[in-house]
Design a protein around this ligand. Structure first.
Ligand SMILES: CC(C)(COP(=O)(O)OP(=O)(O)OC[C@H]1O[C@@H](n2cnc3c(N)ncnc32)[C@H](O)[C@@H]1OP(=O)(O)O)[C@@H](O)C(=O)NCCC(=O)NCCS
Length: 162
């Protein structure tokens, strides 16, 4: 039995440790982290998945960003513990949190990731949306939570104002 719930302040360091385990060393040097510096993750959308013993199995976080001055959600990092990968947990966290994002009025979501994985959730390549370099433009993906929400939204992705 896996329970999904909103990340709480007490979850913070366990989630960081999970991300350290699942990503290459130096993950915080990635350009996407410059968009997160000094900005808290979006409350209620960032989620953890724990098993019946309370062991952290997976986590997802979201940050607010601006794309050419228009607000958007930046999905990620999302990570599933190596012993729990391939069980559908990543998909459950992504679907559950995207539904919450839609319910809470967000219109568009973007991320930097593997299109072959994220296309199953409806993500596709965004054109004209520029992440801070170095980012492979092929990996910049978006999902409209409301019809046409990405139409005409282009430009540099910048940090949410403090
Ligand atoms: C990527 C990740 C979040 C997926 O979570 P998961 O719970 O293992 O995945 P799910 O069980 O929801 O889905 C499994 C499916 O995704 C596919 N998949 C997983 N990672 C993939 C990738 N990078 N590219 C393409 N497909 C991928 C699997 O092949 C499997 O396909 P199938 O349904 O056809 O068998 C997880 O494997 C993980 O934490 N990886 C390490 C960290 C990472 O890369 N995070 C994403 C950063 S962009």
């Amino acid at each position: 039995m896996i329970e999904l719930r909103a990340e709480q302040p007490d979850d913070r360091w366990e989630v960081e440790a999970l991300y350290d385990l699942c990503f290459a060393p130096g993950r915080e040097a990635l350009s996407s982290y410059r968009l997160r510096d000094g900005v808290p993750p979006v409350e209620g959308l960032s989620e953890v998945a724990r098993d019946s013993d309370g062991i952290l199995a997976a986590a997802i976080r979201y940050w607010p960003v601006l794309v050419g001055g228009t607000r958007a959600l930046l999905l990620g990092p999302v990570a599933v513990h190596p012993t729990r990968q391939g069980e559908g947990l990543g998909g459950s966290l992504i679907r559950d949190s995207l539904a919450k994002a839609e319910e809470s009025g967000w219109s568009r979501v973007m991320l930097v990731g593997d299109a072959p994985y994220y296309q199953r959730f409806g993500f596709s390549k965004l054109t004209g949306v520029e992440m801070p370099p170095p980012t492979n433009p092929e990996r910049v993906l978006g999902l409209a939570l409301q019809d046409g929400a990405w139409d005409g939204v282009q430009g540099q992705v910048t940090r949410w104002p403090a």
